[in-house]
Ligand binder design. Sequence first.
Ligand code: 5GP
Ligand code: MG
Length: 180
Amino acid sequence: MHRDIAEVLFSAEAINTRVQALGRQISNDLAGREAVVVALLKGSVLFFSDLIRSIDAPVKVDFAWASSYGHSTSSSGQIHLKVFPEEDLKGRTVVVVDDILDTGRTLDTVVRRLKEEHGAGEVRTCVLLDKMARRVVPIRADYSGFPVDDVFVVGYGLDFADRYRNLPYIGVLKPECQRP
Ligand code: 5GP
Ligand code: MG
């Protein structure tokens, strides 16, 4: 285990099992329809790449960048969103994938803008982790991997100051390592 990690919450094996189940659930719901799966950069890329391989339905992939945190561990409330609409999303079924649902501001903003500015049809949301207790905007993910308590986690795509994304598991970052 990395020395900056206080505790492992989800092992690589546990993550893999849960991601496979999410993929099956999404596949069933899509029932053969094609979806555009949009990864929110950068945190969701590991989850996204495993998830799309577990989806048994035709998918196209795209990316969007939503940032609210900068290099701190508390949300600023300001969401900067950049969508890379390689795909025409008009009327399409879109599945937005994020690493973690916290206050809900990011996902809520992204869903609204995909519909209003990009004309997406149905927009579904898929997150690996859900910090329900922290919600400010009332949004629920359609697909959710694991509930988590109000602790700052890193690994499997999740970062602190862009570090730790490469850890194959998800763990709690030691408080003394949560400084810029
Ligand atoms: P929200 O807009 O829901 O407050 O924030 C969602 C974003 O906050 C996530 O995409 C993620 O980037 C960041 N975030 C929230 N909680 C954590 C956490 O515990 N660890 C890390 N690394 N990022 C988090
Ligand atoms: Mg993020």
